[in-house]
Structure formats: C-alpha cells, structure tokens
Design a protein around this ligand. Structure first.
Ligand SMILES: NC(=O)c1ccc[n+]([C@@H]2O[C@H](COP(=O)([O-])OP(=O)(O)OC[C@H]3O[C@@H](n4cnc5c(N)ncnc54)[C@H](O)[C@@H]3O)[C@@H](O)[C@H]2O)c1
Length: 443
C-alpha cells in the first residue's frame, strides 16, 4: 500500500511516520528544501515511540521517497493526505490538482482543522476531511467528515494503521474536537488577559485534575459518575442551572493585541523556555506512551484502540528489536528486572500467535540477569521454542542495542492438548529451519 503526503510539515510529517511504521510506502511532496530534514526529525521521534506502545512487532517499515513532482508522488497511491497550510485558496489549488492526478479509488484526505468538505470541494475537488491530532504517530483520533461513500472505506484503512476514525455526522466548522478545544482556549486567553491566572496556573488547573479524567473517560462518562447513584439526570438537574450564570466569556473574543501576545509569550517562556521544542516533544511522547500503555491494560479510551490493533498484528518468529518503553525504567534509570519477564511474555505471545489461539499459561520461569541495561533505546529478543519433554518452553535471549547479552528468560508453559502440541512441534521445526537457513525474520 502507498500513501502520498502532500505538505510535510508538523502534521504531514506525523502522517508520514504513521503510515511508514505501519508498513506503507510513503511518497512526500513538499516544496520546502528543508522538508527531508524536518520529516527525518519527526520520524526519529516516531521510531522510538510508536512501536513502544505495542507488545507485538509492527510490520516492516515501508519505503520513503521525496518528490518535486506531485503527479509522481500520487501515482499508484491508495491514500493521498493533504497537509498544506490552513488557507482556503491554497487548499483549493492543491486539492483540485490532487483530484485530477490521484488514482480514482484513492482516498483524498485533508488535514484541515477548520474547513468543511463543502468549502474544500467548492471548486470541484473530491476530498474528505481527515483531521488528525498532533503527534499523529501516537494519537489515534482522526475526525472524518464528508460523503459517507468515501468516509466508510477511509475509516477501514485508518483502523488498519492503528487509528480511531470518528465520523462526524454533519459538517460543521472546526468539526468536533476543535470546537471543544476552542472553548477552553478562548476562556484561557480571557483568564490571562484579565490577570486571573498565568499560563502555568491554567496548565496546572488542567493537568492536576480534569485532564487526567478526560483521557480515560471523556466528559459525559465522567459526569455520569459525578451524578452519583442517581446518575446523569440528577447531575444535569444539580448543575444545569449554573449554565445560566454569567461564568463564561465564551461568546466574546479577547483582542489579541501586541500587549496580550507579549504577555502570553513571556509567561510561556518563563514556564517552558528552559527546554527546547525537541526536548518538550520527547517528554510529551514519553508521557503519552506511559499513559497509553496504562490505558491499554483496561482497554479504556485510546488504550482500547492499541489493544485491538495489537491483537490483529501477525505473529513472527525471528529476532525482534523493540524500543524500550519509558515506563520500564527503575529508579536508577536501568530496565527493571521484572520487565525482562514482561518482554519475554510478549515475545512468547508473538511467537505463538500463529498457532495458539490464546496465551498458554506460564507454569514456571527462570530469569538470569547478565548485566544492567540502560532504559533508553532498544533491545533485541531472540526466542526459541523447545517442545521436547512433557511441556514446551520458550527461551528468550535479550540483547542491548549494541548486541551485548543482558538477560536470559525461560518460560515453561502448561502442557498443551495433542492438537496444539502438534502445531507447536511444527512451529519449532520451522523455526529451526529458518535459523539454519540464516533467515532471522520470517513470519
Ligand atoms: N499543527 C497542528 O497541531 C494541526 C493539527 C491538526 C491539523 N492541522 C492542519 O494540518 C494542516 C497543516 O498544518 P501544519 O501545522 O502541519 O503546517 P506546517 O506549516 O507545519 O506545514 C505545512 C507544510 O506544507 C508545505 N506546503 C506549502 N505549500 C505547499 C504546496 N503547494 N504543496 C505541497 N506542500 C506545500 C510547507 O512547505 C510546509 O512544510 C493545516 O490544514 C492545519 O489546519 C494542524
């Protein structure tokens, strides 16, 4: 499969990484001479973070290419994603060209944050809105707006690359999520302008409280709980009347004059100026990975999307190099010993996925720690299945990024029924053949 990314800035780069790391070939068209460097930086962040969400290997990366000619970039594409700056005249020009050049069955998605499909297509283009969230390689949400005959197949494709398509029932300026964000943003600007709060205080108000609730249950489910046993109707009866009080300045627009811009910029510098944008991006990505991995356990919110996508990834029995998730660090910055067992369990599931419909219970285990491993970068796991004797066992040799052995974990599995035992033997024999043939990465 091939994606053409037209406009490779912050968002286009994120789309490129999302497709590429899910095995798609990606062709980029962007006139910026710096595009290759900028996309390289986004890709570096994505390579260390997207695979860290999963306990199964993602497909092999596709091929990345850069094109001065838009026709060349979109030829044979299955998905064309426009992510040029948010100007309607530019969107018209680019989407018009793409509609002529792209293969007829290809989805043409626009990343627009605000424009409606009827506006994008008023000059004859055939685009839908496919509005993602930054960083596109980690956050699953994509708002789809447009002709249902086009958004339906588009949603299927997005699910295949681990995203969550939310189809918007009726077109509306700024879709759903940005309408909500706009309300919070507008109130925040007023609070700063009126000297009620600083940028730090507003961020604390979000991240110390309701921001944590939103990530796992959203708004309505959270308020349902707030209503207690009497539920949502009671909550509305209790807090509904407050909506009529003059709490809000939502309908007014603060004048973003030079003084207000300078004030916000100065507060933001004081808050975060000690870190570069790249450092902030890495911190954000590490935190998002840890949150999503925690949500994956219960299948809540975006964690459920990752869990479902992971379950659909095929098993493999070659060596597996995986980024070390940030939450695997112990207090000293090394990988905590029990994480090697977790890695070994995931590697066992990956190895057996093709033959065992469910995880085989582990009855015993041996862990040998050979040397500490710094919890950064990647580790490689080589797994081998032995079926001789009463019960199968899988031995995992774990190596640091430089190839140095760091741990050996052996998991002993419960005796399988005769049918599964036969399939395990076939798998063990195939694995041995691959090793003999030097084929280290066969599905
Ligand atoms: N930044 C966000 O958080 C965010 C989130 C969701 C959606 N969006 C939407 O994504 C789109 C792109 O935003 P961005 O933040 O990535 O902007 P950006 O300025 O970072 O990137 C735009 C890129 O488009 C390229 N470009 C300009 N004209 C072009 C042309 N004719 N053909 C090909 N490439 C061209 C530029 O060189 C640049 O690299 C906008 O529609 C925006 O509303 C942005």
């Amino acid at each position: 499969m091939k994606a053409a990314i037209v406009g490779g800035g912050v968002i286009g780069g994120g789309w490129a990484a999302r497709f590429l790391l899910n095995g798609w070939d990606v062709a980029i068209a962007d006139p910026d001479p710096e595009a290759e460097r900028k996309i390289g930086e986004v890709l570096a962040n994505a390579r260390r973070s997207l695979p860290a969400l999963y306990d199964r290997a993602l497909p092999h990366e596709g091929r990345l290419s850069f094109h001065a000619d838009m026709a060349e970039a979109v030829s044979d594409a299955d998905w064309v994603q426009e992510s040029v700056p948010e100007r309607l005249d530019l969107k018209h020009a680019v989407l018009g060209k793409l509609s002529d050049l792209a293969p007829k069955p290809a989805v043409i998605g626009s990343s627009t944050s605000g424009f409606k499909p009827s506006e994008l297509n008023e000059k004859g283009a055939r685009a839908i809105v496919a509005h993602p969230f930054n960083p596109v390689y980690l956050l699953p949400l994509v708002e789809l707006v447009g002709d249902a005959a086009l958004t339906g197949p588009a949603a299927e494709i997005l699910r295949g690359i681990g995203m969550f398509p939310l189809t918007v029932r009726q077109e509306i300026d700024a879709h759903i999520a940005d309408r909500l964000l706009e309300a919070v943003w507008r109130e925040s600007l007023w609070l700063v302008r009126d000297e009620i709060a600083t940028t730090v205080e507003i961020d604390e108000a979000i991240r110390m409280g309701f921001g944590i609730r939103w990530a796992q249950m959203g708004l309505f489910e959270t308020y349902r709980i707030a209503g207690g046993e009497a539920g949502m109707a009671h909550f509305l009866a209790q807090f509904g009347p407050a909506l009529a009080w003059p709490w809000t300045k939502l309908m007014d627009v603060p004048d973003l004059d030079d003084a207000l811009v300078a004030k916000i910029a100065a507060q933001s510098d004081a808050q975060s100026g000690h870190m570069s944008i790249r450092q902030l991006e890495r911190l954000r990505d590490d935190n998002v990975i840890s949150l999503l991995r925690a949500l994956k356990r219960n299948g809540s919110g975006a964690g459920g999307v990752i869990r479902d996508h992971e379950a659909a990834l095929p098993g493999q029995h070659g060596a597996w190099t995986r980024p070390i998730p940030p939450d695997w660090a112990d207090g000293g910055g090394n990988v905590a010993g029990f994480r090697f067992v977790e890695a070994a369990e995931a590697a066992t599931a990956r190895l057996l996925a093709a033959v065992a419909p469910a995880d085989l219970p582990v009855t015993d285990m041996r862990l040998r720690l050979l040397r500490p491993l710094t919890a950064a970068g990647s580790l490689t796991i080589r797994s081998s299945l032995a079926t001789r004797g009463a019960a199968p066992r899988v031995t995992h040799r774990i190596e640091a990024g430089d190839g140095a052995p760091v741990a050996v974990v052996t998991l002993f599995l419960a005796p399988p029924d005769p049918d599964l035992a036969a399939r395990l033997e076939t798998l063990a024999a195939a694995q041995e053949e691959d090793l003999l043939a030097g084929d280290d990465d066969v599905i």
